[in-house]
Write a protein that binds this ligand. Structure first.
Ligand code: NAD
Ligand code: IPM
Ligand code: MN
Length: 347
């Protein structure tokens, strides 16, 4: 069977990092004797420019019928104030695929702790898996735009909380057996539902896993103070968005952080956690490692080929250990030269 990838480069640094990852995907598939087909489609701002719609019908059909969707990034100031934003296409894509669980690993590999802005002893051996709820909450509630008053409604159902908490508990069983659930139960009704649903699921089915609850403001502090205290962190959509950008810096740069978005349906969505980075776009400066590690996650979670994922991860580790890197992690490589070194290191 051919593994079909819908490839959406998007905007800003999106095409730069996505094409870097594409080279790795093609080489890895060849080495593993896996038949793949990569088809490129317009998405985000590029699709608004082409026809006014950030998620055109042809792109949607291709994504739904693929085995995996690989995305660079979308957005940029060019589309501010327009009728529709590129980001609306991304939310529609996530909803269409039903990918409610967004896995965002934050790992500081041995030797990389020196590149963290945290003290070396704090950053050493950090290995956190953030499980971000991705298709609910304030991102998808009723929205009223207004110049005097505006509102964004946050809604969660018990079912939405349980299904993402289940992913976190299952992941914890294969790791160090601990889940930190993050909410704002001291203020929000959705926070109290979140905490009750996670607690009750834990009691009923996952009492072998250690569970703690932390309020999101304290979590923002603790992540920096003692990141090694955390293993699996599960939280709602917006808190997960914010905390994962924050956590990415522990490893040295947002440019290093990958993600996989999974759901009940078969199609996985893979994208680095960073955005279109308009401040560095088109200058061969973006770190491609977040995108490349997202490709590794694609092999692991959608192609079910752990060896292929490890080939890519090992190549990245070797190249980072050699001192190579883009400027965000203190290196002198461009996007392309770093990606070429990682391709070279594939064995
Ligand atoms: P951003 O993530 O694009 O950039 C934040 C900072 O991190 C910038 O200084 C940027 O230069 C740096 N950075 C980001 N990626 C990097 C990389 N690979 N290597 C080195 N440095 C990197 O966030 P922003 O500037 O707030 O948003 C810009 C646009 O991107 C907005 O339109 C936003 O909506 C969009 N966005 C899209 C996604 C996505 O497509 N998944 C994610 C986040 C933001
Ligand atoms: C991300 C981004 C998106 C989000 C935006 C672009 C809609 O910040 O993937 O983290 O908020 O989910
Ligand atoms: Mn984000």
């Amino acid at each position: 069977m051919t593994f079909k990838i819908a490839f959406l480069p998007g905007d800003g640094v999106g095409p730069e990092v996505a094409n870097a990852a594409r080279a790795l995907v093609e080489r890895t598939a060849k080495a593993r004797d896996t038949a793949i087909e990569i088809d490129e489609f317009i998405f985000g701002g590029a699709a608004i420019d082409a026809g006014g719609d950030p998620f055109p019908a042809e792109t949607k059909t291709a994504c739904v019928n693929a085995n995996a969707v690989f995305l660079g990034a979308v957005g940029g100031p060019k589309w501010d104030g327009g009728k529709v934003r590129p980001e609306a296409g991304l939310l529609a894509l996530r909803k269409e695929l039903g990918v409610f669980a967004n896995l965002r690993p934050i790992i500081v590999p041995p030797g990389m702790e020196q590149r963290s802005p945290l003290t070396t002893d704090r950053a050493k051996d950090v290995d956190i898996l953030i499980v971000r709820e991705l298709t609910g909450g304030v991102y998808f509630g009723d929205r009223v735009e207004g110049r005097q008053t505006a509102s964004d409604v946050c809604v969660y159902s018990r079912e939405e909380v349980e299904r993402v908490a289940r992913i976190a508990f299952e992941a914890a069983r294969g790791r160090s057996g601990k889940v930190t659930s993050v909410d704002k139960a001291n203020v929000m009704a959705t926070g109290r539902l979140w905490r009750a649903a996670v607690t009750e699921l834990h009691e009923a089915e996952y009492s072998d896993v250690a569970l703690e609850h932390v309020l999101v403001d304290a979590m923002a502090m603790k992540l920096i103070q003692a990141p090694r205290d955390f293993d699996v962190v599960v939280t709602e959509n917006m808190f997960g968005d914010i905390l994962s950008d924050e956590a990415s810096v522990i490893a040295g740069s947002i440019g290093l952080a990958p993600s996989a978005s999974l759901g009940a349906g078969g199609v996985g969505l893979y994208e680095p956690i960073h955005g279109a980075a308009p401040d560095i776009a088109g200058r061969d400066k973006a770190n491609p490692i977040g995108a490349i590690m997202s490709a590794a996650m694609m092999f692991r979670h959608s192609a079910l080929d752990d060896d292929a994922a490890r080939m890519i991860e090992n190549a990245v580790s070797r190249v980072i250990a050699s001192g190579a890197g883009t400027p965000d992690i203190g290196g002198e490589d461009g996007t392309q030269s770093l990606a070429a070194k990682i391709v070279q290191a594939l064995v």
